[in-house]
Design a protein around this ligand. Sequence first.
Ligand SMILES: CC(C)(COP(=O)(O)OP(=O)(O)OC[C@H]1O[C@@H](n2cnc3c(N)ncnc32)[C@H](O)[C@@H]1OP(=O)(O)O)[C@@H](O)C(=O)NCCC(=O)NCCS
Length: 141
Amino acid sequence: MAHDGVSKWLAYHRANGELIGRGGLSGSTVDGRDCLEIGWAVRQQFWGRGYATEIGQAGPSYAFEVLAAQEVLSYTEIHNRQSRAVMEGRGMHHERDITPPGLVAGLHGIQDAAPFALCAVPRSATSQDVSDLRPILGGGQ
Ligand SMILES: CC(C)(COP(=O)(O)OP(=O)(O)OC[C@H]1O[C@@H](n2cnc3c(N)ncnc32)[C@H](O)[C@@H]1OP(=O)(O)O)[C@@H](O)C(=O)NCCC(=O)NCCS
């Protein structure tokens, strides 16, 4: 299943329009498996306020309720504790580890085979109405 036209959102502060971060869905390939991937990056001054968690809820809701996807995948370097906390707190289960290029704790630069945790959230894991979540998200890529 191709996912043309699906791309990350930008998230802006409701009150003043300041850019908070970037996240949401995009098409990806994991071990040859075409999938919808969810990811997040929040500007450092906004860490710890639950913004990535909001993205982690809005993305799967959109995937299941608008795109009729059956699952959403997410992966992060295994030492990225914040990102793993977002993944594992959102009804995702740790499926297995994978080794694409990425960062390895204690080594400098991108490594050819870095350990990543791969998590999956099945369609049944969320029931939140996507319409409740749209107002927090700005448009864009
Ligand atoms: C990962 C990232 C997006 C988290 O954003 P955030 O808005 O601060 O996340 P939240 O406030 O929603 O917190 C998410 C969870 O992380 C936990 N957390 C925060 N700091 C942590 C730390 N140092 N170690 C472990 N868990 C941590 C929080 O307790 C929360 O878990 P909870 O809901 O069970 O309490 C942010 O740190 C970031 O942008 N990092 C750089 C980019 C990046 O690594 N992106 C992921 C690439 S795969």
